[in-house]
Write a protein that binds this ligand. Structure first.
Ligand SMILES: [Zn+2]
Length: 279
């Protein structure tokens, strides 16, 4: 065992400064190479802030966008460990299972249906909404709840104003860094990347220093989960999984997770099924 502070940075791309369009976030798309470089630089800014506050911290970075292979390994701060590739049981939050003390969300975006929010969605375009015990949640809510299951607080989140508001509503004591203001699903007024990085670095240091004031989200007991899916075929596939049921209306599947960890894993599976076309 070590007494060093352990920090997990979960890094997405839609909420990075300068990014407004989906092609900038998809491999092969116009400006994707720029997008992943901007993402890498924002992660490095967060790492610098964490290590400024706590020089001995062990920092892991989970690449948490799309393929989970976006961050440029050779451009990352060499003091971190990079978690890369998929699938993996804890998805965007891989690394939690190793035991961490604090989580930071970098480049995050608002949930599907929240708007305006730059590239607002929940995990995939196959999903219209996810509800846990009746409450609509996005990736911020799901990932903060999963961290809570492991007893870990989310101490900082960066992204557009909609993402910051979403985290602020769930974890009022978390530090938020607004790097752009959403004007729509694919439009924003954005900070200069260097200004965004300065703010992220300063805020990450602050968030680490005041981490003890941020409680983990409390999660306990079974989680009633509902997923509204875009495609009826995905509903058909999802109901092949034991314990997953079709709700009236035809677009929604429901299941009861034993806890948020089990629900989280099943949500990931159902979303993956959305990529399968009728055979
Ligand atoms: Zn993403």
């Amino acid at each position: 065992m070590t007494n060093r502070l352990r920090v997990l940075i979960s890094a997405d791309l839609e909420g990075v400064s300068g990014i407004v369009h989906v092609v900038e976030t998809n491999p092969g798309g116009y400006d994707y190479e720029r997008g992943r470089a901007l993402m890498t630089a924002e992660v490095n800014a967060a790492v610098a802030g964490v290590l400024e506050a706590e020089p001995d911290a062990e920092v892991s970075v989970a690449d948490a966008h799309g393929t989970f292979r976006n961050l440029l390994p050779e451009e990352l701060d060499r003091r971190v460990r990079l978690i890369r590739g998929k699938p993996r049981p804890l998805g965007m939050m891989a690394g939690l299972e190793a035991g961490v003390d604090a989580v930071l969300f970098i480049g995050y975006h608002a949930r599907a249906g929240a708007g305006p929010g730059v590239l607002a969605h929940t995990i995939s375009d196959a999903v219209l909404d996810v509800r846990l015990d009746g409450e609509s949640v996005g990736e911020i809510g799901l990932n903060a709840a999963l961290a809570g299951h492991f007893g870990v607080p989310v101490v900082l989140g960066s992204g557009d104003d909609a993402a910051c508001a979403e985290l602020g509503a769930l974890v009022p004591d978390a530090v938020t860094v607004e790097v752009k203001r959403a004007l729509g699903q694919a439009a924003a007024e954005t900070l200069h990347p260097e200004e965004a990085r300065d703010r992220i670095r300063r805020s990450a240091a602050e968030a680490i220093r005041r981490r003890d004031r941020v409680p983990p989200l409390s999660t306990s007991g079974p989680v009633e989960t509902e997923i509204d899916l875009y495609g009826p075929y995905t509903v058909d596939l999802a109901t092949l999984v034991p314990g997953v049921w079709r709700a009236p209306g035809g677009r929604t599947v429901t299941f009861t997770g034993r806890d948020i960890l089990q629900a989280y894993r099943l949500i990931q599976l159902v979303v993956q099924l959305g990529q399968i076309k009728p055979g």
